[in-house]
Design a protein around this ligand. Sequence first.
Ligand SMILES: [Zn+2]
Length: 458
Amino acid sequence: MKRLLIKGGRVITAVDDYVGDVLVEDGRIAAVGTSLEVQDVETLNAQGRLVLPGGIDVHTHLDMPFGGTTSADDFESGTVAAAFGGTTSIIDFAIQYKGQTLRDARDAWMRKAEGKAAIDYGFHMIITDLPQAVEDEMDVMVREGVTSFKLFMAYRGVLMLDDGSIFRALLRTGQNGGTICMHAENGDVIDVLVRRALAAGHTAPKYHALTRPARAEAEATYRAICLAEMAEVPLYVVHLSAHEALEKIAEARDRGLPAHAETCPQYLFLSYENYEEPGFSGAKYVMSPPLRPKGNEEALWRGLAMNDLQAVSTDHCPFCMKGQKELGKDDFSKIPNGAPGIETRMSLLFDGGVHRGRLSLNRFVEVTSTSPAKIFGLFPRKGTIAPGSDADLVIFDPERSVTLSAATLHHRVDYTPYEGRVVKGAAETVISRGEIVVKDGVFRGRAGRGEFLKRRPR
Ligand SMILES: [Zn+2]
């Protein structure tokens, strides 16, 4: 039996806060207590450190084709980077292309992850085409552990579903216990604005943001809420960026509706002003939804603190500036959408949330781990520190300052949107199912050790 004792750390979950010990046996947490006496065990001293449940990032795009190129991290480099940042589980997105079965899509993404992932992973299924046979197949996916489906209200002709199809998918989750994740932006309005901007000769990166108004996000968010309300099912809005959209979620929750939403660090730490950086540099921040004007982020922080937003994920979708973002040098609409962030999430949130007094320690754990685990059928196996849970643990130094830089991060991308930013709080030792995968800045896990997470329906 492989055992590990983490001694004397300040153990934080979504509800607990005590100085104590955590005993790990065979990949799971065997016991927690204020002073555990155990013989013949490898001991990690966590004095002066926090002991946190491993981070769960429920929005990543590894090895994903987009706009004639593929996201720069595969399941190996992406999950290694995640582990360095204190994340021990991800949920990535499998894509069903038009005419494809969900099973084929799922299998294709399983093959991308197998033998490569260094931490545990699950999949949401992106549905782009919903004939009756595919609707029926949603039940099979839920039974086999792919319990959430992402639908797009934008990108007509590529990813977008019409409202009728969205409504049918929502209704289906009422029967099978799945969850619909929504990309909420009014795609048709955006397409018109993009065509008009290009016709006027506006090709710079900032026009990506100027053609995706916050109101287009708010309108789609509200429409998604109404569709889910009529279908009488919960809803999860991905990468909520604008305070106008947050108002719709808050209003729905005030009416008692099970409307959930995540935001991402980029919307908490960056702003529209980044698109105005000189030359083509604004392309670093081309993502959808786009960064919003300065000041917007305070509403999102409040939303996180008040539980109108339940999770912080990354939407890690990295493209190198060289050879990838450059595809849109003369046309912002050809810049691959997305940015890296899988490794920087926990430190950013800790610094901007806990150190700045916007989030309590418990709330920090809740939005980075516990609540995503609950919403997506992983709790209590993941998302907490309790006997029987997987030993996914982070020994976190709350006082260590780190300067974020592409030169020292482990993702396979030639920039970080946070270059030069100093953050206080960093993962020191990272444990995945009882195995030390990162210690003292060294990766000690191996590619392929990550397991597929078969998730539970609601
Ligand atoms: Zn995404």
